[in-house]
Design a protein around this ligand. Structure first.
Ligand SMILES: Cc1cc2nc3c(=O)[nH]c(=O)nc-3n(C[C@H](O)[C@H](O)[C@H](O)COP(=O)(O)OP(=O)(O)OC[C@H]3O[C@@H](n4cnc5c(N)ncnc54)[C@H](O)[C@@H]3O)c2cc1C
Length: 301
């Protein structure tokens, strides 16, 4: 079996999960996995997988991840317990890498703290958001970052400033190294109009997203990054006549062409082939090269 190496190395340590249940595309076969609740458990796990040459990856909510239908040969590490908690100290918000971003955004609104309302509909974790520099409506998480505490695979801990994180449009240094986002400190501001105003704003954002995005079908948000010339990928794809185009169980969303829907039985290969087909057609028709925003499980790009 694909996960045998991990299970043979430590049968009691890992559990087999189906990645389709841990990714918003609902695609992905079996893998070895472990839930870690404390920094000590995480440090020990990373030491073990490194010493046993097992590939590993931190998985958040899997909302930007394409996992292989045939399963994965490494260890998926899930952050929970004290690594998935957040707390406020005045306008400073400290959150673990495993915190659910929309819940945290909602809590900040209720506290009358502004800055995070843009994230109310981004269905990832804090770690995934920092890794991707997630954003919407002209704001991104990097603008709020005071400090990030990371664990390096060698076991050392480092505190990074926003500048150290190498943030750019959907970019961060974490995409190039193996460091793990343990916690982040975000600087929010008191909202003059209080919590009710922010909650109303959040509800409006969610309403707009329900209309604009195909939230009825499994997807992973925007598939392609916005190209340097600023053209919206959805418009470029729509202009090629690809809205609704299907390949196997994967379909370019008829609602928003930069989304790919799993119509029920899509495989990771259906999705990858559709991504390549779309990128080829856009290149032929407009001369623009689209780059992927979504990531294959465990890849470094
Ligand atoms: C319906 C929908 C709407 C979306 N809308 C938006 C949007 O408006 N704006 C936007 O930017 N994105 C959007 N996304 C994409 C996605 O939600 C974000 O990229 C999110 O930040 C990913 O978080 P995650 O926890 O799901 O990451 P995952 O998919 O679980 O992981 C993504 C990457 O982050 C790494 N990672 C996760 N946690 C850590 C950690 N603690 N330390 C180090 N690395 C880590 C993983 O290893 C992986 O490489 C949307 C997705 C969906 C499904």
């Amino acid at each position: 079996m694909i996960f045998d190496k991990a299970l043979n190395a430590a049968p009691d340590r890992f559990t087999v999960i189906q990645l389709s249940r841990y990714t918003t595309w609902e695609i992905g076969g079996p893998t070895a996995s472990v839930i870690v609740n404390t920094l000590e458990e995480l440090t020990e796990t990373v030491k073990f997988v490194s010493e046993n040459s097992l590939p590993w990856v931190i998985l958040g909510k899997g909302s930007n991840t394409l996992a292989p239908t045939e399963g994965w040969h490494g260890v998926v590490i899930l952050l929970s317990g004290e690594l998935a908690k957040f707390s406020f100290n005045g306008s400073l918000l400290t959150a673990g890498g495993g915190v659910h971003l929309p819940s945290m955004s909602g809590a900040a609104c209720s506290q009358g703290l502004t800055g995070l309302v843009f994230a109310v509909g981004i269905p990832g974790t804090v770690g995934g958001a920092v890794f991707m520099n997630a954003g919407a409506y002209g704001s991104s998480i990097s603008e709020l970052v005071e400090k990030v505490r990371v664990l390096h695979p060698c076991g050392s801990i480092e505190y990074l400033t926003a500048e150290d994180c190498g943030f750019g449009y959907r970019r961060s240094r974490f995409q190039k190294d193996d460091s793990i986002v343990l916690n982040v400190v975000l600087k929010l501001s008191e909202n003059a109009g209080g919590g009710n105003e922010l909650r109303r704003e959040a509800r409006e954002i969610l309403q707009i997203r329900r209309q604009k995005f195909p939230l009825h079908a499994p997807n992973a948000g925007s598939v392609f990054r916005r190209p340097d010339n600023g053209s919206p990928p959805g418009k470029l794809i729509e202009d090629c006549g690809l809205k609704g185009h299907r390949l196997g169980g994967a379909m370019v969303s008829p609602t928003h062409a930069n989304f790919i829907e799993n119509t029920g039985n899509a495989t990771s290969s259906d999705v990858m082939r559709l991504i390549e087909l779309v990128a080829d057609r856009v290149r032929q028709d407009s001369g623009i090269t689209l780059k992927r925003e979504i990531r294959r499980l465990g890849e470094r790009i």
